[in-house]
Write a protein that binds this ligand. Structure first.
Ligand SMILES: C[S@@+](CC[C@H](N)C(=O)[O-])C[C@H]1O[C@@H](n2cnc3c(N)ncnc32)[C@H](O)[C@@H]1O
Length: 261
């Protein structure tokens, strides 16, 4: 996922929502990965601010992802016959809910407890409570046996940074994938880095818009997550907002690798 704002302005409204005092919400394992120096400042570090969003305001995050739906081509491209699926960084289930019911078993790994709770509730409401297991874990230490899955995915979650995936995370995703199975990074944010590890790129065409629940919600959420576009979203007064207006690439691409037999 690319949010191309100047670094000093990146996520400025999101960063303003939290302070260093909020870091106490992170578990020790989370702090090791997301604030390794022990002195992180979400007012300066947008990546850390996102972590606090997941834990302090999971419903707000869920409202955002409900608007940012994946291109249907992605769901169509993923192997339909995958019997065992592992998703890492499942969040509140943007992709998970689409995958549940496809195979015999789905393991959704998510470190943030409030998102796990939200995801379990949504899977249960959708009738997938039995075939989907939601469990804590991190990219660099997946709680899954070697060669377990036919398909291993991460959606808008994996980055080359060590706390959010990195080389160790990629190696773990490939470890839990069976030989001949597929690892797919959906809405990837560093194609060259992934290409160096043998990942191929697929992008689905067509215009895409974020679809907020109402014009009011578009204005509210743009004010928090896309402040550079907020004035234009307000001027348009529509619930559907084309991605070029928001200034990000749409969720319509993936990078994948078939694990060697
Ligand atoms: C932008 S959200 C995407 C969530 C969901 N996949 C979606 O598409 O909406 C990023 C997710 O990655 C998770 N995450 C961050 N660092 C992680 C790590 N080291 N290991 C596993 N998941 C991680 C976060 O908790 C969060 O749920």
């Amino acid at each position: 996922m690319v949010r191309p704002e100047a670094p000093a302005r990146r996520g400025r409204e999101l960063r303003r929502r939290y302070t260093a005092a909020d870091l106490g919400v992170l578990t020790r394992e989370e702090a090791t990965r997301f604030a390794p120096g022990g002195d992180g400042d979400p007012q300066a570090d947008v990546v850390l601010a996102w972590q606090l969003l997941y834990r302090l305001e999971p419903e707000l995050y869920d409202r955002l992802i409900r608007a940012e739906r994946l291109h249907p081509g992605i769901l169509g491209w993923l192997p339909p016959d995958a019997d065992r699926i592992v998703e890492v960084g499942a969040g509140s289930g943007r992709l998970t809910l689409q995958l549940a019911g496809r195979g015999r078993e789905l393991v959704a790994i998510e470190p943030a407890r409030p998102l796990r709770q939200l995801l379990r509730r949504k899977l249960g409401e959708a009738g997938h409570g039995d075939c989907a297991r939601v469990t804590p874990g991190f990219f660099d230490e997946l709680p899954v046996a070697t060669g377990f899955a036919d398909l291993v995915v991460a959606c808008s979650a994996f980055t080359p940074a060590s706390g959010h995936g990195g080389e160790a995370g990629l190696a773990e995703m490939e470890r839990v994938c069976r030989p001949g199975g597929c690892v797919a990074i959906i809405w990837p944010n560093n194609l060259d880095w992934l290409a160096a590890f043998g990942y191929q790129y697929v992008c689905f065409e067509g215009e895409m818009s974020a679809e907020f629940a109402s014009p009011q919600e578009a204005i509210e959420l743009a004010g928090i997550f896309y402040p550079g576009a907020a004035a234009e979203v307000r001027r348009r007064g529509r619930r559907r907002v084309p991605y070029p207006v928001l200034g990000i690439n749409p969720p319509r691409d993936l990078a994948f690798k078939v694990v060697a037999r």
